[in-house]
Design a protein around this ligand. Sequence first.
Ligand code: IMP
Length: 429
Amino acid sequence: MAVDLLLGLQWGDEGKGKIVDVLTRNYDIIARFQGGPNAGHTLEFDGIKHVLHTIPSGIFHENAANVVGNGVVIDPVIFRKELQNLEKFNIDISSRLLISRKAHLILPTHRLLDAASEAAKGKAKIGSTLKGIGPAYMDKTGRNGMRVGDLELDGWRDKYRALANKHEAMIQFYDVDLQYNLKELEAEFLLGVQALKKIPIIDSEEYLYQAQKKGKRILAEGAQGSMLDIDFGTYPYVTSSNTTAAGACTGLGIAPNMIREVYGIFKAYATRVGSGPFPTELFDDDGARIARIGNEFGATTGRPRRCGWLDLVALKYAVRINGVTQLMMMKADVLSGMPKIKVCTAYHYKGEVIEHLPFNIEAENVTPVYTEMPGWSQDLTELSEADALPGPLKNYIAFLEQELEVPVRIVSVGPDRTQTIQRQPAESQ
Ligand code: IMP
């Protein structure tokens, strides 16, 4: 009986969707445990690019069941669009997808509240994806939320109305000019609810418990990244859920002692979308080059991502908090052609050199201390063997393994499923 976890170790967009898709053949069940349609998990195969927001990334595999866990917040409107996008692939969704009764719903007014709250913050805005994530989780923890299971009960519309009315009064509180037509938004919401109700709604913690007992292999799929965790991220510039390993326990009902492997996904450099501290952010040609070659635009919002060098201080922190057992390095190909690669190994902070994340990590307090390493010029995108990786990249990986004390098991060299290099444990290399 065991569950493996897969998590992003940076600020999201590490490439979790691709790796879940690659790993799915080893699992019977893929289960999303937190976040909502703020996520954009990109998968590419057979020349087609797919972006999933709520539906787990195992959906393209016939033999995998995909569970949307209780820790996820679901917007029926976006969920319906995702289902529609999948229609053309003739996937029998209702036999592959299951939704937790305890997952909370994002209402149209949650999205409006998100927009009002961000507009009212002005320059201090979080840079939210405006999908209603924060307000939905606020209602959850405030014990006011609506859950998927409510839709099966009589009277859910009254509950909805009362909550939406309250939200409208709250919107008034923000002194911002927000134009909306709630009737239209509600019509879309109802269509979404109808689509949602066609998918099996289950007690997912019970389902997962029984599956574990039967020896089914389960992969818990995280969204966003550890530095966006509500507790351990760069608060308040974070998302509203626990993106770290503990979130899989609360977001699926999995006991901590059932967790086996923790796969930590990171890019060979760093990116961040939205506002907030990012000590290694680049504002020069190197940053622009990474953004261009890495096609660093948000999968959900299309916003350009901020790019920078790998931050080992933040990465070590994430590895420890999550108990990562295997690392997966994404987008190594994007760094090809850079004469020098920099890695941040410490920060200058208030006249000292520190190797941990300070409480106050704002740019004015923190300057990165870099270690410089030689780059490589070879194109990696056609490579399939770890041995064939260029020497400087092997050195870069060896340096990271030594610093992080965890092996790098996968090196991704392109967006396609096939552009994935497995590395063997050191003793058998
Ligand atoms: P929210 O979760 O949409 O409210 O956004 C809060 C912060 O997390 C913003 O900086 C977003 O850009 C960021 N964020 C949310 N979801 C993702 C994601 O899936 N990838 C990267 N950043 C994200």
